[in-house]
Design a protein around this ligand. Sequence first.
Ligand code: IVH
Length: 695
Amino acid sequence: MTLAQAKARHAELAAEIRRHDHLYYVLAQPAISDREYDARYRELLDLEQAHPELTTPDSPSQRVGGAPVSEFKSVRHAVPMMSLDNTYSAEEVREFVARVERLLPGEKLEWVVEPKVDGLAVSLRYEHGVLAVGCTRGDGTHGDDITANLKTIRSIPLRLGARGSGPAIVEIRGEVFMTKAGFKKLNAERAAAGEETFVNPRNSAAGSLKQLDPKLTAKRPLDMILYGLGEVRFGAPSTGSAGSTTEGRAEPVLGAPKTQLEMLTWLKSLGCKTPEKIWLCRSADELLEAIAALDKIRHNFAYETDGAVIKLNSFAQRERCGATAKAPRWAMAYKYAAEQAETKLNAITIQVGRTGALTPVAELEPVFVGGSTVGRATLHNEEELRRKDIRVGDTVVIEKAGEVIPAVVRVVTEKRTGKEHEFHFPKTCPECGSKISRESISGEEMVVWRCVNPDCPAKVRGRLEHWCSRGAMDIEGGGEVLVTQLVKAGLAHDVSDLYRLKLDAVAALERMGEKSAKNFLEGVEASKARDLWRLLFGLGILHVGAGVAKALAKAFPSLDDLAGCGQQQLAEVEDVGEVIAASVEQWFGDPDNRKLIERLRKAGLTFQSSTHNPAAKLGPFAGKTFVLTGTLPTLKREEAVAKIESLGGKVSGSVSKKTDYVVAGTEAGSKLDKAQQLGVKIIDEAELVRMTKSQ
Ligand code: IVH
């Protein structure tokens, strides 16, 4: 393929991928299968590998291309990002409308009501239609440059509409959030991997955007809705005065939308995701109706909302209203009362999970809140208990935090009678009386206490249940009820015992019967051939969730290959960091675990990975990243890439601190300079060939 042909094909593929991203992530109307999509994406990557000059910043491949950073750069907002004043009652909404009417005497006013998305405000700056900078709100005048992280959000267009159709400069603002379903799934995965869970979707979105490595952000189910503008400039960019803005004071520019409704339609036409439901209102009464209507349907939205935002529709009128130091005078947030209820905290119990984590749970006098009856609420950890000074017997305010998890918000101290008593967090495991300890990661003590006894009955039950669960070995019938009975009857202690169970013993358990016992044992038998990743996940190794287990099974052909690896080698596997690698090494280093593996082998488990990809095999270059620059004397670029990859190395398009070698040929450009600056080892073709031969 000639360069011109490659370029044409690349443009075609990029346009197609962009269109399908838009259909899938913005409109939720996918038109092709994942497979077909992947094939196009693969072809695009191959073309870019062969012709790196095709890799433009707005190429679909650049969504996860960003290198990790040590800190975020601070960027100044061309137009400040303001916040909104809040109201909590119908009366305050009427006062707000009357205030704006006084500011614009005699004018006809139109209002727009939008859902207030509970996420984080972000500004996206497009230059000539290409996403150039994305940043957080920060203090309103300066935010953090999180462009690489934002690029991983698939509903954010890397390029607006058709090239040249949009303004020279446009800052589009909106809210990044995590969907309720995405949050639940992420937390379930984290819990399964023995990791701490997030408190709500908003915190989870915030934590995801703060990642210094965009590859981590890419794994989080983030999304964004756009509802506002910052700087807008049509025509050639210049460094003079600002263009038309909605948040600041500036001159309107021809071609820019003149109302919120026009703007939302315009944003949609450029490929942006906008609020799915809005209301146009002409009076305070209509506003209140819209606010009530939104309250009725907002629980059905995919994301959490904490209110309604009321905005003047006309931008010209907004200009005339102006702003205070903190917020515009033309908009207001109406906050829905969080669904709260008061109830009595009867007791605090401690739940011991599969990983031995001790979680305090509030046992409440059942109370109806947010559409259901709540009798228990998590208290997260010891620190949370102390911070909120929660005592047994207290009257507490509970809330359906967001709508996802019931939480104890605070204690109603006025209602204390003196009979309440402090809860003493146990010093030993409440299940088995063993010692408990807290993990330290990089010298920092974690908040979760764990039971150290590997034979703790709670852990034993949890491990068996986890092994049988659908996401792991998928053994039908191996739920809480049966597992508890098996453990109680002394029939199972570790997962290898499941493979020695006899039909009559299982059938003799309470409420079992021959048929269900037979089904269960057939499931156990079938699980022997399950793929390596299921087994790895099922073993319940700390930090090894399903995703990490899949990555490991890709890198190793069988359990035995993996079990012999040290931390360093494990950390070379893509998606496996130091902490995970250490945890895996430690697990396999434990003689008890080794014995368990041998028992499983004897039972007939295959330990094989069907997803093992020899290309991802750990070669002598495993974990090493190369960058090629300039023309090499004999090897074509593709040949050099193939050589490096065949030995397990990676070839990247740009030089960073993580680059191990820069292979420089003649006419090497800025990459060579960068390598010198960063002190990255520079080699020539001869050296590369020597390295491949010596392996
Ligand atoms: S307009 C000049 N519209 O709420 C004000 N904000 O409490 C621009 N928010 O900082 C904001 N949904 O992070 C606007 N439909 C919406 C919103 C929204 C959520 C957030 C935004 C803002 C905060 C103010």
